[in-house]
Design a protein around this ligand. Structure first.
Ligand code: PLP
Length: 460
């Protein structure tokens, strides 16, 4: 039951029939039954009559409480003067902020479990097999995080001493993994310049590869690629480039590892199967806890021999989990139910980017064509506004804004450089959140553009 009234909500919460069924809405005194999809006048007796009705009770018994959204999109906050405000908080910092849905939690609760260190957890084995099949590789291995997954793959490929890995200079492995492969794996890495589309020059790559001709050199043992490429804006790297990389690396006899943390997003954007994208890769990481919305877990895939060595590395890194099936069940559920809706996240990202473009602002711009998946990069002119200031502005609501827009929306975004703000859409961002964010972005952009107009007027 969704009740559009704060006035009555508290009172109704005490009524047994409504317990677990009430959700917040706007301030109008109306209600909508989310079980029967019926609009009601929100008088208490009216609602009670409906809740006690045969049709409603039968549907409740049949569907259970799962038709109710897990979380309300609006949060009530009390300000310093004791006034209650309804805030919409839209968290666009990244796609790992998602909460597991009620159905996903149910799947986790019902998962069959065993000790995965003895390879006895049937749910973990099911997920490993499922991802291996999806990516058309021989075997899979469940690990706690994407960072550990990539490190395990690097250490498994670089089994001997004096190994060197070539990575993109804007890749997660290079920028955000604390240099784990050097710190923990004793593996040297060298970077190749990432182009704005997330690829790199294959000629440049060829020039960086070092063999064992000179004892002063480390030996290039692995090339890493990231698809989609997150830091450059979630760019889906085309299949033909992945194939060209494959041809070059097989000529040089160097394996390829793909950090495919969000590979399913790339698959949606490219219209190619995930297996086709990574056909030329020897190992792949796929995260369950990004756009797929599971609470944790990643799966790596490769040959059976590669995975059996990876099991040893996982253990020494402390990644051998016991009853991990609960987490694997979330991953299985996500592949069935969240993966098919990922295109919505892409549509939402494009809607956000489009709204910024429409403003033709000189202070805040976006490359609309560069929005391939669920990431939008906002570029600040660094004169009127820089990335940090824009994030701060998006995270607060001014009185004038609240009055003009008639709503209070807090948008949480991340400054990834002095001039770039990142917005990432995900399953917990609903259509209404996107609409509210569009209104907020337009309002804030106009504020900065008017600032320029005022400065111009003063100087003239
Ligand atoms: C491309 C990419 N790879 C790997 C990771 C690491 O994943 P985790 O946070 O699970 O360690 C991330 C995290 O955001 C990522 O964006």
């Amino acid at each position: 039951m969704r009740v559009y009234s704060q006035k009555f909500r508290k009172e109704w919460l005490q009524v047994r029939e409504f317990q677990g069924w009430l959700a917040e809405g706007s301030a109008a005194d109306r209600a909508r039954c989310t079980v029967c999809h019926k609009e009601l006048l929100a008088g208490k007796s009216e609602l009670l009559k409906h809740a006690r009705g045969k049709k409603h009770r039968t549907l409740v018994a049949r569907t259970g409480p799962s038709t109710l959204p897990d979380q309300s999109c609006l949060s009530s906050v009390v300000d310093e003067d004791g006034l209650t405000h309804e805030l919409r908080i839209v968290d666009l910092r990244t796609d790992s902020v998602t909460q597991p849905s009620r159905e996903m939690k149910k799947a986790m609760m019902e998962a069959q479990l065993g000790d995965d260190v003895f390879s006895e957890d049937p749910t973990v084995r099911a997920l490993e097999g499922r991802v291996a099949e999806l990516l058309e590789k021989e075997a899979g291995l469940f690990v706690p995080t994407g960072t550990m997954a990539n490190l395990i793959c690097v250490m498994t490929h670089c089994w001997g001493r004096g190994s060197e890995v070539i990575v993109g200079d804007q890749s997660h492995l290079h920028l955000w993994a604390q240099g784990g492969m050097a710190q923990i794996g004793s593996v040297h890495h060298r970077s190749v310049r990432n182009l704005p589309d997330g690829t790199f020059s294959l000629t440049e790559l060829r020039g960086l590869v070092r063999g064992d001709q000179d004892p002063q050199w480390p030996h290039t043992t692995l090339v890493c690629v990231e698809n989609p490429h997150h830091t450059t804006g979630g760019k889906a790297i085309p299949v033909h480039w992945m194939d060209e990389l494959g041809v070059l690396c097989s000529e040089l006899s160097i394996p390829i590892h793909c950090d495919g943390a969000r590979l399913i997003n790339a698959s949606v954007a490219l219209g190619a199967s995930p297996a086709r994208i990574v056909q030329a890769c020897d190992s792949v990481t796929l995260c369950m806890d990004k756009g797929l919305s599971a609470p944790m877990g990643s799966v790596i895939v490769g040959t059976k021999e590669f995975i059996s060595r990876a099991v040893r590395v996982r253990k020494v890194l402390g990644g051998g989990l016991h009853q991990a099936g609960m987490m694997a069940a979330a991953g299985l559920w996500a592949l069935d139910h969240v993966a098919p809706r990922l295109s919505w996240d892409h549509t939402h990202a494009r809607a956000l980017a489009q709204s910024v473009c429409e403003e033709h602002s000189s202070a805040i711009t976006v490359d609309l064509k560069g929005v391939h998946t669920n990431v939008v990069l906002l570029h600040c002119d660094n004169i009127r506004v820089n990335a940090k200031k824009l994030c701060q502005r998006l995270a607060c609501v001014t009185d004038a804004e609240s009055e003009e827009l008639g709503e209070q929306t807090v948008v949480m975004a991340l400054a990834i450089s002095d001039t770039t703000v990142r917005l990432v859409t995900h399953g917990d961002v609903r259509k209404e959140d996107v609409r509210a964010t569009v209104r907020k972005l337009k309002y804030v952009i106009r504020e900065y553009d008017n600032m320029m107009y005022l400065e111009y007027k003063i100087s003239v």
